[in-house]
Design a protein around this ligand. Structure first.
Ligand code: TYM
Length: 331
């Protein structure tokens, strides 16, 4: 084993192609070489309002999606965050080590709070500290994520360093971000300058892992394109074409340049048809398996509970050592 991986995903709706290409397919591969801990971060989800019933459903759905993508819960640890109390307990300790100035620099808070900054929850503001706690509760060495999480990971490293310095210990490992592959930032199908995201109001902006083959193909065919001849990679001038080429290369597991060469003189509709076929070929088996798993929610709950027990066995002792370092009297 080359280290311990931790990563998380929010259960705020169906997983999309950005989650899959930017993170989850790497999680699947990394399971072989690392001790892997994957978490469905329901406590992060409630930093924005969630319907309780939908949240519970989405947690099971994301668990099913991760298993269908190839996460092996008998090998890796898979659980939902709120079932392991060390996350929020450690978050409080780390909150007391994190200067407000660091949080003020977080771009995701600014994006998510928007003009409602004064009404945004304190949870949304301190979100990155809970994320640091997620990682540090396991002393994880590596964190595989998409590019959008980079700033949060820098904060996790800074927080770990601040704790070690404050108490004169070498306790927390500074976690290394792993931002892997061609598709570290998959863009919206409607606007190649915006990130593909669960929160986009247009369902046509993203491919969901729950989409059936027809919907999937239709979304690709309707994806925004441009009038320039051929298909080429130029994120400045051709953000949509570049995004679709990146998606193709990532799904086909081929270098982007090779895909670009193949479609250099193709027209857009030919390219889109091929991409639609590729999407269906790669994603349909996942959707089918996910549906099969979701037919037995009790089994998903059993898997998550078992994962929580294994996670707690690692995080519990780490939290107790942290409590000892900070001087909490423990009975
Ligand atoms: P979340 O739920 O937004 O996304 C889960 C993972 O998917 C990646 N991702 C993308 N990658 C490429 N292109 C996109 N359009 C795209 N959209 C999402 C994300 O980078 C992420 O890796 N804060 C995290 C969850 C979290 C976490 C953690 C991650 C909580 N605690 C500890 C790592 C370690 C989030 O909201 O991810």
């Amino acid at each position: 084993m080359s280290g311990r991986i931790f990563s998380g995903v929010q259960p705020t709706g169906a997983l999309h192609l950005g989650n899959y290409l930017g993170a989850i397919r790497h999680w699947v591969r990394l399971q072989q070489d690392y001790e892997a801990i994957y978490c469905i971060v329901d406590q992060h989800a409630i930093t924005l309002p969630q319907d309780p019933k939908e949240l519970r459903g989405a947690t099971r759905e994301v668990a099913a999606a991760l298993i269908a993508c190839g996460i092996d819960p008998t090998h890796s640890i898979l659980f939902n965050q709120s079932t392991v109390t060390a996350h929020s307990q450690l978050a409080w300790v780390l909150m007391c080590q994190t200067p407000i100035g660091w949080l003020n620099r977080m771009t995701q808070f600014k994006e998510k709070a928007g003009k409602q900054r004064e009404n945004a929850s304190a949870g949304l503001y301190t979100y990155p500290v809970l994320m640091s706690a997620d990682i540090l509760a396991y002393n994880a060495t590596h964190v595989p994520v998409g590019e959008d999480q980079k700033q949060h990971l820098e904060l996790a490293r800074d927080t770990a360093g601040a704790f070690n310095r404050q108490f004169g210990v070498e306790f927390f490992t500074l976690p290394e971000p792993m931002i892997l592959g061609e598709a570290t930032r998959v863009m919206s199908l409607r606007d190649g300058t915006k990130k593909m995201s669960k929160s986009d109001t247009s369902d046509y902006s993203r491919i969901n892992l729950t989409d059936d083959a027809d919907t999937l193909a239709q979304k690709i065919r309707k994806a925004k394109s441009d009038p320039i001849e051929g298909v080429s990679f130029d994120p400045e001038k051709r953000p949509e074409a570049s995004n679709l080429l990146t998606i193709y290369a990532a799904l086909a597991d081929r270098p982007r340049q090779a895909v670009e060469d193949e479609f250099a003189s193709a027209n857009f509709s030919t390219f889109k048809n091929r991409l639609a076929e590729l999407c269906v070929e790669k994603l349909s088996p996942i959707t089918t398996e996910m549906r099969r798993l979701l037919a037995d929610p009790a089994e998903i709950d059993r898997i998550l509970d078992q994962g929580a027990g294994r996670a707690d066995a690692i995080a519990g002792p780490i939290l107790r050592q942290v409590y000892d370092i900070v001087g909490f009297r423990q009975g």
